[in-house]
Ligand binder design. Structure first.
Ligand code: NAD
Ligand code: IPM
Ligand code: MN
Length: 376
């Protein structure tokens, strides 16, 4: 599973992703936040796999659990506890989270404070979401082999439509006006585009495709266009390509093989990566990292809390388990990370899957099957 490893690439120019590898002997401090709905069920299986890697691969992890989520909010009125961000930044190497959101939290305050709070507060500006077909049988697309769908999405993760700016005028009246603003800073746009090109260079990818809606969003779109051309001109060995996001949604279904690295803003990246998940087996298998290279970073499956599945033991834990693999790669345990990916591929090939992938196993049974395949 491709990840960005620890280095700081804040500045543009010739900044490259350096892989500042740590050794597996070094104790890695991991915060575990299972969250809501199916979050605790899938994270339990990701933790099972991590515990297994302690025995099979000598991975040294110190796991600390936090009960942040809707239950705690309803019980204590607390979403993200005071000083949580400082604690995560100072005392942890990585965070593994499940999902946030529950119909009882009608204003979605927990996801806003905890999830978006960590993304913004820890300045996790890269949302790296691989779209990789693990087994040809998983795609709903016709006649595709595993090599036909293998790309990564760099989603800007701290601004855009997620900046929270806007408001109401005359709320509750027939003349009500609601504004919802989008924020694009030069620094924010540049650093995500630089990260996408750096990743392409470091991972032997040939092309970066930017998706935007600059034919309509004239101001933000113009900034993204200018910065993209500028950064691309500094990376002549990487092909720079542009598509409007609506066309990209179509091509992602009709011709996903054309993509290597995609870069887009926060909202388009969110939508495109659910579509990306769909073409490789669904939300149950999609992994993601919220990354600021060199700093504590947050890893979570792409899916949400899936209320209809919660408590039934049928959620697919593969997305969470592959997310744990991305996290291990980030903290320097590359071999263990690759071992997880291999075990997942084998278990899928042997039909050890939950019902969303056509199998009949429970969440726990899939976790145990993958853990067993890690060897002894
Ligand atoms: P969702 O991703 O939770 O689920 C959509 C559907 O995808 C599910 O009903 C199910 O059919 C399928 N699915 C998702 N995960 C699966 C899994 N592991 N195994 C099998 N099938 C799976 O999206 P939603 O229903 O739009 O949102 C539900 C809640 O989750 C909302 O509160 C939303 O805000 C929140 N959410 C949170 C995150 C996050 O914390 N990162 C991400 C997305 C949505
Ligand atoms: C995701 C989710 C979140 C987002 C929600 C829950 C705030 O959809 O992680 O993809 O929109 O980023
Ligand atoms: Mn989403």
């Amino acid at each position: 599973m491709p990840a960005v490893a620890g280095s700081d690439i804040e500045s543009a120019g010739n900044a490259r992703l350096q892989t500042e590898q740590k050794t597996t002997q070094q104790m890695q401090r991991i915060a575990i936040i299972p969250g809501d709905g199916i979050g605790p069920e899938v994270i339990r299986e990701a933790v099972r796999v991590l515990e297994r890697l302690r025995e099979t691969h000598g991975v040294e992890l110190q796991l600390t659990h936090f009960d942040w989520g809707v239950d705690k909010f309803l019980r204590e009125g607390v979403t993200l506890p005071a000083a949580a961000l400082e604690m995560l930044a100072n005392d942890f190497d990585a965070i593994l989270a499940g999902a946030f959101g529950d119909p009882r939290d009608t204003a979605n305050k927990v996801a806003e404070d905890v999830l978006l709070g960590m993304r913004r507060g820890l300045d996790l500006y890269i949302n790296l979401r691989p779209v990789q077909l693990l087994d040809a049988r998983l795609t709903p697309l016709r006649d595709r082999e595993v090599d036909d769908i293998d790309f990564v999405v760099f989603r800007e993760n701290t601004e855009g439509a997620y900046c929270g700016a806007g408001g109401f005028l005359k709320k509750g009246t027939s003349e009500e006006i609601a504004t919802q603003e989008e924020l694009n800073t030069r620094r924010g746009v540049e650093r995500i585009i630089v990260a996408a090109f750096d990743y392409a260079r470091a991972h032997g990818r040939k092309k970066v495709t930017m998706a935007d809606k600059s034919n309509v969003q004239r101001f933000g779109g113009d900034l993204w266009q200018r910065v993209f051309k500028e950064v691309a001109s500094r990376c002549p060995e990487i092909q720079a390509n542009h598509q409007y996001v609506d066309a990209m949604a179509m091509f992602m279904v009709l011709d996903p093989g054309q993509y290597d690295v995609i870069v887009s803003n926060n909202l388009f990246g969110d939508i495109l990566t659910d579509l990306g998940a769909a073409i490789v087996g669904g939300l149950g298998v999609a992994a993601s990292g919220n990354i600021h290279p060199g700093r504590v970073s947050l890893f979570e499956p792409v899916h949400g809390s899936a209320p209809p599945l919660a408590g039934k033991g049928i959620a697919n834990p593969v997305g969470a388990i592959l997310t744990a693999a991305m996290m291990l790669e980030y903290v320097g345990s590359k071999t263990a990370s690759a071992a997880i990916e291999k075990a997942v591929r084998e278990s899928v090939a042997n039909n050890e899957t939950t019902s969303d992938l056509g199998g009949s196993l429970s969440t726990e049974e899939v976790g145990m099957a993958i853990a067993r395949r890690l060897g002894s």
